[in-house]
Write a protein that binds this ligand. Structure first.
Ligand SMILES: Nc1ncnc2c1ncn2[C@@H]1O[C@H](COP(=O)(O)OP(=O)(O)OP(=O)(O)O)[C@@H](O)[C@H]1O
Length: 572
């Protein structure tokens, strides 16, 4: 909670003035029963209409000032809660962006979304309530008690007894409910995970006629969420009736004992009415307090989930070194190993060097560790052993921005964002002009189809670039990477949707770029890598071959097998 509480420092003014205005409103509210008592004991008893009207005017005056105070408090509460919500959302989003790929999957992306939306909303609501009611409600309870003591100490004992009983009831209910709130949040995570998977995989779901089964999976999650919420609802629902019973019993006791006091002349009728009013005020304040407990318990569960994000140190932080822009950088991997979980390794002892302008192929069966190597290069993950160097500097010492400008990866799955083609391409370099964008499109074999679009670079891409074909998306992603003029371009199986001719033209054009980048082509297709300066062959996380196509045909059994299997495929 410490981290979240520290955000209050931005809203000191609101936190002081908001509750102060609410307190002023509560004071005026507490004075009303006293005026009422005088109306009864003086105005009505002496049949003095002028007195009654004058005191009535005082009550109206109190009410108007109370409304003004309440509105001012609302203003401060809204400023503080909305402001806190915005600051928290910004901080959580910023922190998520610093997480490594592994940290994102540890939290799960759906849980991160729920924390960023629902959990922040819960905390935001609790902050508003804190300013509006957290001081007012206990003040009204204590104020009613004090006023009751001022009127009649014996009768005030009934107030005390009611407070003690209600506090006991509340603490029992709170203890029971707190762990159910956490269950509700977990169920929400599950629902958003299923929703996210379904929205992303819509086409596959339809292609496999899984709609009914997926709807069933969603229904089950929704049902579990319903049951968890019902359990919480059950307990929350008991709060109000439980307090109501105690207070009503208190009023009965007050009227019963009060009637004897009035008869004996120890208590005036007006004061008895004032006591009943104070008891009702205390009742309303206690109901508010009970609801506040529910809101704060929910918010505490949400706050701990947000805090978990804010407190997680990003696994990958950059250094400060920047490489000279006009120097060609050599990439060197030295005995690098990596495991996604402890004790297991996805790749082991990988060593190779890529010289400037070289084209290198990386091939191997599925799951042999190719994408793992790719992710290590721009430091989406860090090696568990060994070191990677760029331009003679260990990657950990390079600034992340510089490293990721030098090494551009085009991932297996072509990811584009909603916006124009120009906006997407400028991810590679914010300052690139249209000529640079068209040059990158030409090299990526994407010029023709972008030119054919009526709005060219201004063509709007929908979410994920779904209004382009798979091959078009891949080429736009390659163009985006080229716009930044990287030292090393990594194509992670990112030409799989291209036909052989386009793929070949792309490789040739990459060679022709002035000061061409080194290119690492990761592919399952021999045709895509056979002309590389050298080829790395992976098998079960190990590097089992390194050489040109011809050298590997002579010396590497795994490579020979890959070539044989693809030749057989082609002949079929
Ligand atoms: N996020 C992850 N969490 C846990 N294990 C993973 C993760 N990503 C990959 N692995 C495992 O690491 C190993 C190497 O995976 P990697 O994706 O690097 O292989 P690949 O050669 O790129 O496969 P493909 O050609 O099928 O894409 C595999 O055994 C895989 O199951």
């Amino acid at each position: 909670m410490k981290t979240i509480v520290s955000y209050f420092r931005y809203f000191k003014k609101e936190l002081v003035f908001g509750p102060l205005f609410k307190l002023a409103e509560a004071i005026f509210e507490l004075l009303v029963p006293l005026v009422m008592a005088r109306i009864i004991d003086v105005g009505i008893a002496q049949k003095d209409l002028t007195y009654i009207l004058r005191q009535g005017g005082v009550i109206v005056g109190f009410a108007l000032v109370g409304i003004a105070c309440s509105l001012t408090c609302q203003y401060f509460a809204a400023r503080c809660s909305q402001g806190m919500g915005t600051e928290l959302r910004r901080a959580v989003y910023h922190q998520i962006n610093l997480f490594s790929a592994q940290q994102v999957s540890q939290f799960s992306s759906s849980s991160l979304i729920t924390r960023l939306t629902n959990d922040v909303n819960q905390v935001q609501q609790a902050v508003a309530m804190l300013i509006r009611l957290a001081i007012r409600a206990p003040f009204l309870v204590l104020g009613s008690l004090t006023m009751a003591m001022m009127i009649d100490r014996t009768m005030a004992l009934i107030f005390l007894a009611a407070i003690v009983v209600i506090a006991l009831v509340l603490s029992v209910l709170m203890t029971c409910s707190s762990h159910f709130f956490k269950a509700v949040q977990r169920q929400l995570d599950r629902i958003s995970q299923i929703t996210q998977e379904n929205l992303e995989g819509q086409r596959v779901i339809r292609a496999f006629s899984r709609q009914r089964l997926e709807t069933q999976r969603f229904d089950e999650a929704a049902q579990a969420s319903y049951q968890a919420s019902m359990r919480v609802g059950w307990i929350s629902g008991l709060f109000n009736p439980a307090t109501q019973i105690v207070i009503n019993l208190g009023i009965v006791a007050l009227l019963y004992c009060g009637s004897f006091q009035v008869n004996s002349g120890a208590l005036s009728q007006g004061n008895l009415v004032a006591l009943v009013n104070y008891m009702t005020q205390m009742f309303l304040a206690l109901v508010v307090l009970a609801n506040l407990f529910v809101i704060f318990t929910k918010a505490a569960a949400s706050a701990s989930r947000i805090e978990a994000i804010l407190k997680t140190e990003p696994a990958i932080t950059g250094g400060i070194t920047e490489l000279s822009k006009d120097k060609d950088a050599v990439l060197e991997m030295d005995k690098v190993s990596f495991g996604y979980s402890e004790g297991e390794s996805a790749i082991e002892q990988i060593s190779f060097t890529i010289q400037p302008h070289q084209t290198v192929g990386l091939i191997g069966g599925t799951g042999c560790g190719k994408s793992t190597i790719v992710q290590l290069l721009p430091r989406l993950i860090d090696p568990t052993a060994g070191e990677i160097w760029l331009g003679g500097v260990p990657l950990r010492e390079l600034s992340l921005a510089d490293l990721r400008r030098q090494i551009r990866i085009v991932p297996q799955k072509a990811v584009l964002f909603s916006g124009t083609i120009r906006e997407n391409l400028r991810w590679g370099n914010q300052d690139a002009d249209d000529a640079a964008l068209w040059q990158a499109l030409t090299l990526a074999q994407a010029r023709d189809f972008v030119e054919a679009m009526p709005q060219g670079l201004d063509t709007l891409l929908v979410q994920g670039g779904k209004n382009c074909s798979g091959g078009q998306r891949q080429r736009l992603c390659i163009a985006r990477a080229l716009v930044g003029r990287p030292s090393l371009l990594v194509l992670d199986d990112s030409t799989s949707a291209l036909d052989y001719q386009t793929d070949a033209r792309l490789r040739q054009s990459l060679k022709k770029i002035e000061g061409s980048p080194a290119v690492l082509i990761v592919s399952q297709r021999i045709a895509s890598i056979r002309h590389a300066d050298f080829i790395l062959v992976m098998d079960q996380g190990r590097l089992v071959g390194k050489g040109t196509h011809e050298e590997l045909l002579d010396s590497c059994a795994v490579y020979q097998e890959i070539v044989r299997s693809q030749t057989r495929e082609d002949q079929r």
